[in-house]
Design a protein around this ligand. Structure first.
Ligand SMILES: [Zn+2]
Length: 407
């Protein structure tokens, strides 16, 4: 048999991951591989159960064209989101769907015990039977803070300073571990699985306790010197504003538009105190704005204007094709998005906003988890031995691969 180049397998698996179902000629067209190489590689992948034939198209000439998809059970990946307040774990299949997830709250102010992370990874892997567990390829971790070249993480939120996370997790799980800053996990999840799939340059604005901007330009994620690019939350929107930011400065975007600060301003304006004040969540502020509560509307207006102004600087500098927003503002597209959009249009150069799409994420609250699992997938594709493992013959629990329908 002629030898099959890793690059053919890599290109075909990657494109089926992103597009889900394709015909042989689609694959030839999208990957740019020649038809003979694609046929050879498809035969190999079909025989091993890495891909499945899920149907046929009848074309004009009467020739039937087969439709292929990745077999979700060909490989599994573990995603870990070290958000700071919570630990989240997911087991994702080979097409990026979360098969099982687990999360737990962390005690505020206590350094994170790595044993909890290891146990979370083991816990999601226990959802698989032993044969499937053999198909777990890698772990992807989305982290806050700063990682050095030796894989040591410094993250204030986790109480870690130079903690050797990569080595500790790899030793405890016996799996390759890949790590990525949380801003990258979000924007790359949008690029691989979400609304930015067909875009070359996009921004992802996440609004939670903090505000961060993930960026990819001309297809590449932007990290900067210390991989800390995208601190939009600390851009000054109004240096004379009374709002003091967590960084110590006044008038940062985060001090006006992060979730806790939206709640804080609402509580102040509405004159709430005690239990009524303590119980307000950011989703309540959006809901009250929707119902016509003037204090809530004023706070949402201020936050939306600040977000649009900050984004206008990013748009003028980077000229993105799409901006996706996510985090705690999911579900507020009706009250928040129009304010952000109007402010962005007022403040950015018109030429840069006329074709710009601004939208809410469709990937939900688990975006970082999906991003972390897709990181593990992407890095495994690049590594020849892990790619080989993903594409190795699949032993199914209930008989031969061909007899099973796709999930
Ligand atoms: Zn700040």
């Amino acid at each position: 048999m002629a030898s099959i180049a890793d690059q053919w397998l890599r290109d075909i698996v990657r494109i089926l991951y992103q597009r889900r179902t394709l015909t042989r000629s689609d694959i030839v067209g999208v990957t740019g591989l020649n038809a003979a190489s694609v046929s050879l590689a498809l035969r190999h992948l079909l025989r091993n159960g890495t891909i499945l034939k899920v149907g046929e198209l009848q074309s004009n000439g009467g020739r039937r064209r087969e439709v292929f998809t990745l077999n979700g059970e060909a490989a599994y990946f573990v995603g870990v989101d070290l958000e700071g307040l919570r630990l989240r774990f997911a087991l994702s299949n080979c097409v990026g769907d979360i098969r099982y997830r687990w999360e737990e709250d962390l005690e505020f102010g206590q350094p994170l015990d790595i044993g909890k992370v290891v146990e979370g990874i083991r816990r999601v892997m226990r959802e698989l039977d032993p044969i499937q567990r053999e198909r777990v390829i890698a772990v992807g971790v989305s982290y806050p803070g700063l990682l050095d070249e030796e894989g040591r993480l410094t993250a204030f939120n986790l109480g870690w300073r130079g903690f050797p996370i990569r080595d500790e997790l790899a030793a405890a799980t016996d799996l390759p571990v890949f790590l990525e800053p949380d801003k990258h996990s979000c924007v790359l999840a949008e690029r691989w699985l979400g609304r930015a799939q067909n875009s070359k340059s996009g921004l992802f604005l996440i609004i939670e306790r903090g505000i961060g901007l993930g960026m990819f330009l001309e297809g590449k994620p932007i990290g900067g010197w210390h991989a800390m690019a995208g601190e939009l939350g600390h851009c000054k929107i109004d240096p004379d504003a009374p709002d003091v930011c967590g960084c110590g400065a006044r008038g940062c975007l985060e001090a006006i538009a992060s979730s806790p600060n939206i709640v804080r301003q609402y509580v102040e304006r509405a004159g709430l105190s005690g239990r009524a004040a303590a119980e307000v969540r950011v989703s309540d502020v959006f809901q009250r704005a929707r119902q016509g509560d003037a204090a809530a509307q004023a706070v949402v207006e201020r936050a939306g204007n600040a977000l649009g102004l900050a984004l206008s600087h990013a748009v003028n500098l980077l000229n993105p094709e799409i901006i996706v927003m996510g985090g705690d503002v999911l579900g507020a597209e009706d009250v928040l998005l129009p304010v952000v959009e109007a402010s962005l249009e007022r403040n950015a150069l018109p030429n840069l906003t006329q074709d710009l799409t601004i939208t809410m994420s469709g990937l939900g609250l688990d975006i970082r988890l999906k991003g972390a699992a897709s990181l593990a997938f992407r890095k495994s594709l690049e590594d020849s031995s892990l790619l080989k493992k993903m594409c190795s013959p699949l032993v199914m629990r209930y008989g031969p691969v061909a007899a099973r329908a796709t999930r």
